[in-house]
Design a protein around this ligand. Structure first.
Ligand SMILES: Cc1cc2nc3c(=O)[nH]c(=O)nc-3n(C[C@H](O)[C@H](O)[C@H](O)COP(=O)(O)OP(=O)(O)OC[C@H]3O[C@@H](n4cnc5c(N)ncnc54)[C@H](O)[C@@H]3O)c2cc1C
Ligand SMILES: *[C@@H]1O[C@H](CO)[C@@H](O)[C@H](O)[C@H]1NC(C)=O
Ligand SMILES: *[C@@H]1O[C@H](CO)[C@@H](O)[C@H](O)[C@H]1NC(C)=O
Ligand SMILES: *[C@@H]1O[C@H](CO)[C@@H](O)[C@H](O)[C@H]1NC(C)=O
Ligand SMILES: *[C@@H]1O[C@H](CO)[C@@H](O)[C@H](O)[C@H]1NC(C)=O
Ligand SMILES: *[C@@H]1O[C@H](CO)[C@@H](O)[C@H](O)[C@H]1NC(C)=O
Ligand SMILES: *[C@@H]1O[C@H](CO)[C@@H](O)[C@H](O)[C@H]1NC(C)=O
Ligand SMILES: *[C@@H]1O[C@H](CO)[C@@H](O)[C@H](O)[C@H]1NC(C)=O
Length: 502
């Protein structure tokens, strides 16, 4: 058996691998059994093959870098999910739906020859109604007129234009202006943008209590780029199948030996002042040992999710501040609701009539008769998985049954069932007003590049693929790629035991 020289060197000195080699330790692996086929040497290892991970992998590959993506599921795409109705072949996007009409997006889709179309153009999604899911009562709500809503969005955009760097990320002035920290409900009053809140909510409900979220946390996704799309129109894929691009990415990465599906990192070794990083990854075909010049982490950086990593005290103290919400999507059949009816959950007694969480956000019509899309959310909290999924499912069914029972003339009495259920939890990572005031986002971005590690994904920008791709492309790829070129020169140092190994 052949052992590359750096592997042997690392084996003899690495506490990580020695720990793994110990029989009876958590991961009982015989290190000597790594065959050369199970050892990968890449420029960049990327953890997470969702929106940010895939975009990064393709961008770096197109710059001539070798990559490997480590994805825990059996497919890439993350929050982009498409249910294909087996009877009719009709695709239903149950996750990411719309994109911004900006060059980062159109170039990416063009590269994979996936056509885009204006969102909503060939949409005949039917009727909308407002109900209180806790009582089943229909609500006679009147929302601001289209003109008032548009005027409020214009005032909101004018505010955002005063902070142009906010369109690129959470790049905040120091000290952070009070306007950006106050609860979003107060901000809406101060700047007279209340008429836009129900539309913002229907675009993107899952942020937690809308009126108490710190303003900049709402703004990180409701960005200037996004608001501009509310005027000019969003894009979606012409085939209404947003997974198509990910299936092409998956094929391309697999054929370049650049993707490990069904895989999870079980330990990492990252050190300042040492060239490169190493990872041990559990795959369906056994353990792989990965050496890379740089690590790019795109998964939600909550401490429980990052537990297998060798976090520094600095990383740990930053990531411990994140809170998040629970977010769930599902396809439900036999709801007893008319096929073309979408129902939004509202509450008669709250500001803007937003529903009390946890709760159903809405039950939407789909192009497939008999199927509705049901979306559910929890309030903000510091526990990554605050609600058992069985409880979420039971609550969705309870909401539908409440509607049926309260409206026996309008809705049929049925036994709805889940055709698909998907958890996107933890979602919308964010921090408290105090943490923002305390310079959290400067501390977060200061982690970029430390210990040969870079970070992207929604926590670093927002829950919006278009903005996430723009952030990844514009804010750190050049730094990342430059580091790799430098470290190529230093490669010999990394490979020799004298070259700064622990
Ligand atoms: C229902 C819904 C609708 C949405 N609609 C839109 C929309 O219309 N437009 C829009 O732009 N955005 C939308 N979003 C927001 C969406 O989350 C972002 O666009 C984008 O997917 C975030 O990308 P990400 O890379 O941060 O996370 P994800 O896309 O979630 O990717 C994370 C990946 O990491 C993997 N992973 C997690 N843990 C590990 C681990 N330990 N090891 C290895 N892999 C791991 C996951 O399986 C996943 O593949 C929507 C989200 C949801 C849930
Ligand atoms: C995107 O915007 C451009 C103008 O910048 C326009 O020409 C094009 O038609 C738009 N694309 C779609 C699919 O609407
Ligand atoms: C809703 O309000 C409208 C106008 O005020 C009224 O015509 C209608 O009857 C009301 N519907 C219900 C269900 O209360
Ligand atoms: C709404 O705006 C349009 C276009 O700006 C205008 O023509 C129309 O009169 C406005 N309607 C109301 C009710 O103000
Ligand atoms: C949607 O895309 C997926 C992934 O590429 C593919 O398997 C499926 O056939 C497509 N379905 C439709 C109806 O476009
Ligand atoms: C949000 O929080 C505020 C303040 O605690 C409360 O008044 C409001 O009812 C909450 N809204 C919802 C929808 O829970
Ligand atoms: C987590 O949330 C609980 C309950 O809301 C709170 O008591 C606790 O202080 C929070 N912990 C941190 C670290 O913020
Ligand atoms: C609903 O879906 C479930 C699960 O897929 C299935 O067993 C059941 O037959 C479906 N019911 C109807 C009425 O389509």
């Amino acid at each position: 058996m052949y052992f590359p020289v750096h592997f042997v060197a690392l084996l003899s000195v690495s506490p990580l691998l020695q720990a793994l080699a110990k029989p009876g330790s958590t991961a009982d692996i015989d290190v000597a059994s790594f065959s050369p086929d199970d050892i990968l040497d890449k420029d960049v290892a990327i953890i997470g093959g969702g929106s940010a991970g895939c975009y990064s992998a393709i961008s770096l590959k197109d710059k001539g870098k070798s990559v490997v993506v480590i994805e825990k599921k059996d497919r890439v795409g993350g929050n982009t999910e498409t249910y294909i109705d087996p009877a009719t072949g009709t695709p239903i996007d149950i996750g990411v739906l719309v994109f911004h009409n900006i060059s980062v997006v159109t170039d990416y889709f063009n590269r994979f020859d996936v056509p885009l179309t204006p969102y909503g153009e060939d949409d005949n999604s039917g009727q909308s109604a407002y109900y209180d899911f806790s009582t089943g009562a229909e609500l006679n709500l009147s929302f601001p007129s289209a003109n008032k809503t548009a005027a409020a969005f214009t005032r909101y955009a004018e505010f955002l234009e005063e902070y142009p760097r906010l369109n690129d990320g959470l790049f905040l002035p120091n000290p952070v202006p009070e306007d950006l920290i106050m609860p979003f409900g107060e901000f809406a009053d101060r700047y007279d943008i209340g008429a836009s809140l129900n539309t913002m909510y229907e675009l993107d409900p899952a942020v937690g209590n809308f009126t108490t979220v710190p303003t900049v946390e709402r703004m990180r996704t409701m960005s200037l780029s996004l608001v501009q799309q509310t005027e000019t129109g969003f894009l979606t894929t012409a085939h209404h199948n947003n997974s198509e691009i990910y299936s092409k990415i998956q094929t391309e990465l697999l054929s370049a030996s650049s993707l490990l599906l069904d895989s999870e990192v079980i330990s990492t070794l990252r050190k300042d002042g040492r060239e490169g990083i190493s990872l041990v990854v559990r795959t369906l075909n056994g353990y792989k040992l990965i050496f890379a010049k740089r690590l790019l982490i795109t998964i939600p950086p909550k401490l429980d999710i990052l537990a297998p990593l060798d976090l520094s005290a600095q990383e740990e103290s930053v990531f411990s501040r994140f809170i998040d919400v629970g977010y769930y999507t599902s396809i439900v059949n036999d709801t007893g609701l008319p096929d073309d009816l979408s129902i939004f959950n509202y509450n008669p007694n709250t500001p803007y009539n937003f529903p009390i969480l946890p709760g159903v956000y809405n039950i939407q019509a789909t192009p497939v008769p008999g199927l509705h899309l049901a979306i559910y959310g929890t309030p903000r909290g510091n526990k990554s998985f605050s609600m058992p999924t069985d409880q979420v499912k039971a609550d969705i069914i309870k909401g539908i049954k409440t509607l049926q029972q309260a409206n026996p003339v309008k809705f049929k009495q049925t036994e709805p069932e889940f055709v698909v259920f998907s958890s996107h939890t933890p979602f919308y990572l964010q921090v408290s007003a105090d943490d923002i005031k305390d310079g959290f986002y400067d501390k977060l971005y200061a982690l970029q590049g430390l210990r040969n590690t870079y970070w992207t994904g929604a926590a670093f920008r927002g829950q919006d693929s278009s903005d996430l791709w723009r952030y990844s492309k514009e804010e750190f790829y050049s730094q990342l790629c430059m580091c790799i070129c430098v470290s190529t020169l230093l490669k010999t140092a990394r490979l020799s035991p004298a070259g700064g190994l622990p």
